[in-house]
Design a protein around this ligand. Structure first.
Ligand code: SAH
Length: 243
C-alpha cells in the first residue's frame, strides 16, 4: 500500500519550499491540489499524474487522493503554506478513516503567519492568536467570541481569510471588536501575495484596517498588541528584553 503526503509548499515559489516537501513531491506518482498550488510546483511534476481541482471541492479532492493511494500510487496532496494550518491534512485523515492501511504523512510548510511576519519585521515575537475570518465552516458568532477573547487577552492577532467577495466588512468588524481593548492607533500591518508576484507589505494602524480595499483574500493581516511598535519601518512586538 502506498503513501499519501499532505504537503505544505509554503506561501509561494520554490525557494519557500522545504527540501522535505520537494522530496515528497519528487517521490510521488501523482500530484493533486487546487489549481493555483499545483501550478506553483509544476516544474516538479514532469512525468507524473497531475490533477488540479477548483477551490470549493475539498472533500472530493481528498477522495481523489485516497483513490490514487488505494490503486497503489504514492500521492502528493499539495496545499499552500502549512498543510496543517487551515490546510488539508485534517480532512484527509477524516476521509481516509476507514482505510488505516493507507499511510498519511503530513509535511509541514511555512505558514502565511510566519512568512508574512518576516515581510513586516517581527510582529509575532510574543504570544499570538491566529484566527480565520471565513465563516464557511465556522459560525460567525464563534469567530466573534475568539476575536473578543484574543483582544482581551492582549494577544497579537493574525487574521487569515480576511475578505472575500461575500465578506467585505469582516475585517472592519474584527478591527472594531479589537478596538474595545486597544487604541485605534495600535500598530498593525498586512501582507499581500507573500512569496508571489506582487508581494506587498504595509504597516498601518488599527484604524487604517477599516474600510481598506487593499485587503483581499490573498492577504494576511497582523494586529499588534499593547506593546507592538514600529522600529525603523519594521513592525515589532518587543518580548521584554532590556536593551
Ligand atoms: N495553509 C495556508 C492557509 C490557508 S487559508 C497557510 O498555512 O498559509 C488561506 C488564507 O491564508 C488566505 O486567505 C490568506 O489570509 C492566507 N495566505 C495564504 N497564503 C498566502 C500568501 N501567499 N500571501 C498572503 N496571504 C496568504
Amino acid at each position: 500500500m502506498k503513501k499519501i503526503y499532505v504537503v505544505g509548499i509554503g506561501p509561494g515559489g520554490a525557494e519557500y519550499m522545504t527540501p522535505q516537501a520537494r522530496h515528497a513531491i519528487e517521490e510521488s506518482d501523482a500530484v493533486v491540489g487546487y489549481t493555483v498550488y499545483v501550478d506553483l510546483v509544476k516544474d516538479l511534476c514532469e512525468g507524473k499524474i497531475v490533477e488540479s481541482t477548483a477551490m470549493k471541492q475539498e472533500v472530493d479532492r481528498c477522495k481523489i487522493v485516497l483513490q490514487h493511494a488505494l490503486e497503489g500510487r504514492t500521492v502528493a496532496f499539495v496545499c499552500s503554506g502549512d498543510a496543517g494550518v487551515y490546510g488539508m491534512a485534517g480532512v484527509m485523515c477524516e476521509v481516509a478513516e476507514d482505510h488505516p492501511e493507507v499511510e498519511i504523512i503530513t509535511v509541514p510548510g511555512i505558514t502565511a503567519a510566519c512568512s508574512g511576519a518576516a515581510v513586516l519585521g517581527a510582529p509575532l515575537i510574543h504570544d499570538f492568536a491566529v484566527i480565520s475570518l471565513s465563516d464557511l465552516l465556522t459560525p460567525w458568532e464563534t469567530i466573534v467570541k475568539r476575536l473578543e477573547a484574543a483582544g482581551e487577552a492582549d494577544f497579537v492577532i493574525c487574521l487569515y481569510n480576511p475578505k472575500s467577495k461575500k465578506r467585505r466588512d469582516y475585517v472592519d468588524q474584527a478591527a472594531e471588536i479589537v478596538s474595545r481593548f486597544r487604541p485605534w492607533d495600535t500598530p498593525c500591518g498586512y501582507v499581500k501575495n507573500i512569496g508571489r508576484e506582487g508581494e506587498k507589505g504595509t504597516i498601518c494602524t488599527l484604524q487604517e484596517l477599516m474600510d481598506n480595499d487593499d485587503i483581499d483574500m490573498f492577504t494576511t493581516v497582523f494586529i499588534g498588541n499593547s506593546s507592538t511598535r514600529v522600529i525603523n519601518g519594521r513592525l515589532v512586538t518587543p518580548r521584554g528584553y532590556h536593551v
